[in-house]
Ligand binder design. Sequence first.
Ligand code: ADP
Ligand code: MG
Length: 676
Amino acid sequence: MIEETRVRELKGIGEKTEKLFEKLGIYTAGDLLRYYPRGYDVYEEAVPVSEVEEGKVMTVTGALFGRVQVSGGRKMQVTTAHVKDITGTLPVVWFNMPFLRSTLAKGGLITVRGRIAARKAGVVMEHPEIFYPSERYEERLHTLQPVYGLTAGISNNLISKAVRQVIEGLDLTKDRLPKELRIKYGLAEYNYAVRGIHFPEDKEVFFHARERLVFEEFLSFILSLRKLKESNERLANEYVLPRHEGTERLIKKLPFALTVAQKRVWDEIADNMEGTTVMSRLVQGDVGSGKTIVAVLALLNTALNGCQGAMMAPTEVLARQHYESVTKLLEQYEIPVKAALLTGSMTAKEKRRVYDRIECGLVKIIVGTHALIQDAVSYDNLALVVTDEQHRFGVKQREKLAQKGGVPHVLVMSATPIPRTLAIILYGDLDISVIDELPASRLPIKNCVVDTGYRQTAYAFMKKQVEEGRQCYIICPMVEESESLEAENVTDYARTLQEEMKGDVQVGCLHGKMKPAMKDEIMERFGKNEIQILVSTTVIEVGIDVPNATVMMIENSERFGLAQLHQLRGRVGRGQHQSYCIFMSGSKSKETKERLDILKETNDGFKIASEDLRLRGPGDLFGIRQSGLMDFKLGDVYQDAGVLKAASEAADWLLKNKNEWFQEMSDYEGTSSVII
Ligand code: ADP
Ligand code: MG
């Protein structure tokens, strides 16, 4: 077996399963190795019956007590047993496993591990895993079982087995990291790290394995940045675009005055684009700071100079939103510039029409998704590329665009708060502009952290807001295991809520599994206030701008990273009305409360991210991922800031001492997500 071996050749994987694996982005043995678990199931010590907590997965050891009963009909049979220790008795139920009655009839000690649920008559353990006789649990104790991201038709066990086969079949002894580096930074060998990330014997092994892989991930990323920097130090500006009076005129006519920060950033951009070197600039600004208008000014100025500008958004919904606000602006101020939308879900015919209009230079502003950089698109004179809220526009893409014409200016918009020192490591050669103030007209968002008992009150509050003409978002609980479950969840939630709200309020729902056209339709209706309450997964997280929305309620907010919650909250408080954010928490723990309270206290994205980190401490890697920043598979620039610094130092060392390593590392997988 080699890394390139197709998964099809593994035992137990046929044509059908292969297709399913492809859905997860797994084509080869190497892909499987890098398909890291999303989390781990930890087999903890058993607790006394009196200490079980609702909602948690727990283990209990006790004597089987009383009769094992089977009840229910053909559809659903429930087997009930009782496990007793000196602190109490816990009812345990299994679904559709009637044969357990005879298995468990012998009595004696049993260990069960499952989720504790609250019923009217008290707590029960539902559908637990059985260790019978009880000693069987000892083998499992303290081990970590990988939990993988799944898709319908693929079980955790199937992935687990496939990964095991690959680990056993591949030669993993070759190590990409030079030994000197491994020793200097105390990093595990590759072999150990791969096993340890998938099947750690304990937490220690996991931490050690993970650290090594994160280091490698960061290192290859940084090296490819440095490589790029060496290869084209500072490219000459092939598109010198002076400030056009039309742009300046628009700034004066806007319904709002630009903030001082927006003006400063616009100046930096404009100076850059008429200067001697090509622009590679990152615009950082917290949610709601008004990045879009700055980007639009850059696009417009490009167009008025007779060149083309493209704006790339991470989702179709967002692309459409930007397209609509650009065309509205052009029409409203009678600016003689044509814009076009280009997304992956358009029909071939529609696309061809847009391609033609781009190629002949008729349209000057093109807004879209990744479809913008497909081979089929050839630009007349593309001078500017803006990427909004996303980090997947890389070196390769820029090179690709440059091949089609001159080297375009690049503007990257990001709401991710990172300290400057990290930004310099991560974004390498990018110049950084910061929009560090919010428009003055904004009322601060009112926040509250509540438990689920507050849900009805929250609904009533939303109803009132809707009566006043406002709109609301509800973010549904995350479902770790699968996207389809999440979709189901959202749909159910919206249906129930619609029933509850009766006919007065229109409830809509949005999730990642929907067809793009459907998503657009829903967003459009929400934009027009035909839908008043939008129930959604986190697909809503980036960029959406509906200033009339004033309530954001997040279910199970304890499961999100604070940085992400902050992004979600940024969907409200965008207009002149008072806005509210309700963080609903399903957990009663003190730590959760303390963590969520940070959001209540501050609106400063960077402060939130660093406080979160401080509270949870760097050891808490089972915790929630802070940022999807840069698409690192494992690494997180906040949590692993120390590793990032070390990797940066190692990159310097490699460049000085080991050029052959440099080549190999920077060609390594996963560098495709590098910025500029
Ligand atoms: P983000 O930085 O999160 O991308 P947007 O660019 O979407 O923020 O701007 C948020 C909202 O603020 C938009 O509705 C936009 O029209 C408005 N806005 C932008 N700049 C200003 C300003 N200077 N004064 C008032 N409102 C503004
Ligand atoms: Mg935005």
